[in-house]
Design a protein around this ligand. Structure first.
Ligand code: 5GP
Length: 194
């Protein structure tokens, strides 16, 4: 997605060979027009899949999930990273290790919102080692629902997440695929346009 790649090139800050900061349009300040376009692109890529729900992880997955959900006409559920006072029982849970933060979170979703038969599209902001996305697929599986696909805003293709998800049988669509962050420069995998 060209507009996203342009935003990454112009506004992204390479923190290290492995970490990209995009706080000015995705992870802290949010660019609404770009997020709307991201939602349209995900909706186009996953149309005709009879999606019933979108599942994401708080907090940076929520904005692109919402714009996708508006296009597809389905609800968004965001998994919580910390236990909520009002959400303490009747939960689906999975453990997710974060390499960037070096901590394990238990992510939770109420059993009320993902139910047997749901066809779930998972969306997240970044794909690195695939832990967050795999944790979300585990929640869907526990509910006897189906993951129809995984939509990622920014994939770091030099890290093993995509391979892990594909080996587990999931269909992954990423809107920007980064080949390298070496020498403080963002390199992209050029996709063939159909
Ligand atoms: P994974 O679980 O695939 O290893 O990592 C995905 C999660 O880690 C994302 O939800 C995102 O919050 C965070 N993350 C991983 N790599 C990066 C990065 O380079 N930049 C930012 N901003 N977040 C990242």
């Amino acid at each position: 997605m060209n507009r996203l790649k342009q935003a990454i090139s112009e506004k992204g800050v390479v923190i290290s060979d492995g970490v990209l900061k995009v706080d000015s349009f995705l992870n802290h300040q949010i660019d609404p027009a770009l997020t709307l376009e991201i939602g349209k692109e995900f909706a186009e890529r996953f149309k005709n899949q009879e999606i019933t729900k979108i599942l994401t992880l708080e907090s940076s997955g929520i904005a692109p999930s919402l714009t996708t959900a508006l296009e597809l006409g389905v609800p968004v559920i965001f998994s919580r990273k910390k236990k909520s006072l009002t959400l303490s029982s009747n939960l689906l849970t999975a453990k997710v290790y974060s390499y960037t933060k070096d901590e394990t979170n238990e992510i939770t979703v109420s059993k009320d919102f993902i139910v047997e038969g749901d066809k779930v599209l998972i969306i997240d902001d970044f794909l690195a080692n695939g832990e967050a996305a795999l944790g979300l697929t585990s929640l869907v599986k526990q509910a006897n629902a189906t993951v129809v696909g995984i939509g990622i805003v920014i994939e770091k293709s030099f890290q093993p997440g995509r391979d892990k998800l594909e080996q587990a049988g999931f269909h992954v669509e990423s809107l920007a695929r980064i080949s390298s962050l070496k020498n403080k420069k963002v390199g992209f995998i050029e996709e063939m346009v159909a």
